[in-house]
Design a protein. Structure first.
Lengths: 252, 276
């Protein structure tokens, strides 16, 4: 039975990893067809010289940075507030937003923005995408930071306040430093989910705010294109490097 | 003290209130209105949109969605259990093996879905390899069908089941396994008669964690499914783009939300939210 399990595990890990690995290998293929002809960097060069792609990648980074900063600050404060005393309606709404299907969230935000635009003279664009991303990444941040707070000894904070610190000072000087690795992990999760999101983004994006996943989606739809293999591999490698970096950060 | 606490909660409350609750509330109102000529809504109140969901056409799509989500969940449970068992018995390498399950999950969902298009399409790797080897002469129709959607969903959500199953296996009382062995049960019998029943909480939590996102799946059926593999998520998207029937799209969305809420409450009651 032990050998059977080990064999099964090999197959299961192959199922999980081989699709991305073959994609990575074929991104270096010199042929434009799915037949191996030898190594080349053609498709990476083509991706690098694509102006639309560069602009979309830049938009994605801007949106991910802005929404990560916002959701990390707001989410950390919220997690701390919830840790002190429960607010059922708020934590309930946060959990619900976590499991709400992306398509429903995207559509409801589109309907909401359209409704707001009757009163405000603005249009869909970078700002609506950033707001939407804050809305869906907030719950991730809160959950990660709350998990970290569960391991935090509340008496440390009480001791600080007994010694004359105000509640804010105790939070700022005692609790926050202990939470830092958890907050970093939460920020990273917010960044990757924002950088990767297609469904919600495509609903609330305007003409000036095309993101990298929107380009990837359009290319995947259009049919076989080896440039997409190089873009995909780059995205996976970049996100992977980011994860490894955060693991280091947490260990130190 | 209390004042400061509400200050901590206020920004999140405003964001969730304005960008999550209010949009859903607007959709709730729209779902009882009538469609406008060029999209949008007119102010005639009606319950027709909800009645239309019961049309044979949409009832069939709803049923298909439940069947697809159910089979994908079952597939995940069956595939995940032996893997979780393997990891829980891996000794010092447990963490490495667990990381290997989570790692692909961290990378882009869109790219992972595209990877399957790359493998399955007519000019994709599997068909190209089989044709080059002379096994087939016409490409097999692997993409744009129910099977491809099933594979995409299982691939996407497998870690959601492995993690809670592994957590319950770790908490298992090892004494019970020894007792079964002492009483003469072979490893296979111990697994099926003792370990699997004791893992029931992990199976339940894992099933809900996969079933919920599968029910609202949009991207997977959109990219891997054909014109016949329409799920509820695609119907919703279609009502707001090509069909321009916002009230009906809103009604379908809220119905889907109702199912998701019921499942979420089940999950929380079972204590599964700690496993998210």
């Amino acid at each position: 039975m032990k050998r059977g399990l080990a064999l099964y595990a090999v197959a299961a890990y192959a199922f999980l990893h081989v699709p991305l690995l073959v994609l990575a290998v074929f991104s270096f293929n010199s042929s434009r067809f799915t037949v191996w002809e030898g190594w080349s960097l053609n498709w990476y060069r083509a991706a690098l010289h694509d102006g639309q792609l560069a602009e979309a990648a830049w938009n994605s980074i801007l949106i991910a940075v802005a929404s990560t900063v916002l959701s990390t600050i707001v989410g950390t404060l919220c997690a701390y507030g919830l840790w002190k005393r429960d607010a059922k309606w708020l934590s309930g709404s946060l959990y619900l937003s976590l499991v709400t299907p992306e398509i429903v969230m995207g559509i409801s935000l589109l309907v909401f923005f359209q409704w707001m635009f009757r009163f405000l003279h603005v249009q869909l664009g970078m700002h609506t995408v950033i707001l939407a991303h804050v809305a869906f990444s907030l719950s991730y941040v809160v959950i990660v930071v709350v998990a970290r707070l569960r391991t935090f000894d509340a008496s440390l904070e009480e001791a600080a306040m007994d010694l004359g610190a105000t509640e804010w000072q105790a939070f700022r000087r005692v609790t926050l430093p202990v939470l830092a690795p958890g907050i970093a992990a939460a920020a990273l999760l917010a960044f990757t989910t924002s950088f990767d999101d297609y469904v919600i983004t495509s609903m609330v994006a305007g003409v000036d705010s095309e993101t990298l996943p929107m380009v990837v989606y359009a290319m995947a739809r259009r049919g076989a294109n080896p440039v997409l293999n190089s873009i995909s591999t780059t995205i996976v490698a970049a996100l992977g490097a980011l994860i490894l970096f955060s693991e280091r950060l947490r260990e130190s | 003290m209390t004042r400061l606490r509400s200050l901590f909660l206020a920004p999140a409350g405003v964001i969730i209130g304005v960008l999550f609750v209010a949009p859903l509330a607007i959709m709730l109102v729209y779902s009882f209105l009538t469609r406008g000529a060029y999209g949008g809504v007119t102010a005639d109140v009606t319950a027709e949109n909800y009645q239309r969901v019961l049309d044979p056409l949409y009832a069939a799509i709803l049923l298909r969605t439940f069947v697809m989500a159910g089979t994908a969940t079952l597939g995940c449970l069956v595939l995940a259990f032996p893997l979780a068992l393997f990891i829980s018995r891996a000794g010092s390498k447990k963490n490495l093996y667990l990381q290997l399950v989570i790692l692909p999950f961290w990378t882009s969902f869109l790219v992972r879905t595209y990877a399957w298009m790359f493998l399955l399409r007519d000019t994709g790797l599997i068909n190209s390899a089989l044709m080059a080897a002379g096994v087939i002469h016409q490409p097999l129709p692997l993409l744009y069908n129910d099977g491809a959607v099933f594979v995409g969903l299982v691939y996407g959500y497998l870690p959601f089941v492995v993690l809670p199953l592994y957590a319950t296996l770790e908490r298992l009382d090892k004494g019970l396994l020894e007792a079964a062995a002492d009483l003469g049960a072979r490893p296979w019998i111990t697994t099926t008669r003792v370990v699997i029943p004791l893992c029931a909480p992990g199976f339940r939590a894992g099933a809900l964690l996969v079933f919920i996102p599968c029910l609202g799946a949009y991207l997977t059926p959109d990219l891997l499914g054909g014109s016949k593999t329409v799920l509820v998520g695609n119907v919703i998207q279609n009502q707001f783009t090509t069909a321009r029937d916002w009230p009906f799209g809103s009604a379908v969305s809220l119905l889907l939300m109702a199912f998701v809420m019921i499942l979420l409450m089940l999950l929380i009651r079972r204590g599964g939210e700690k496993l998210i």
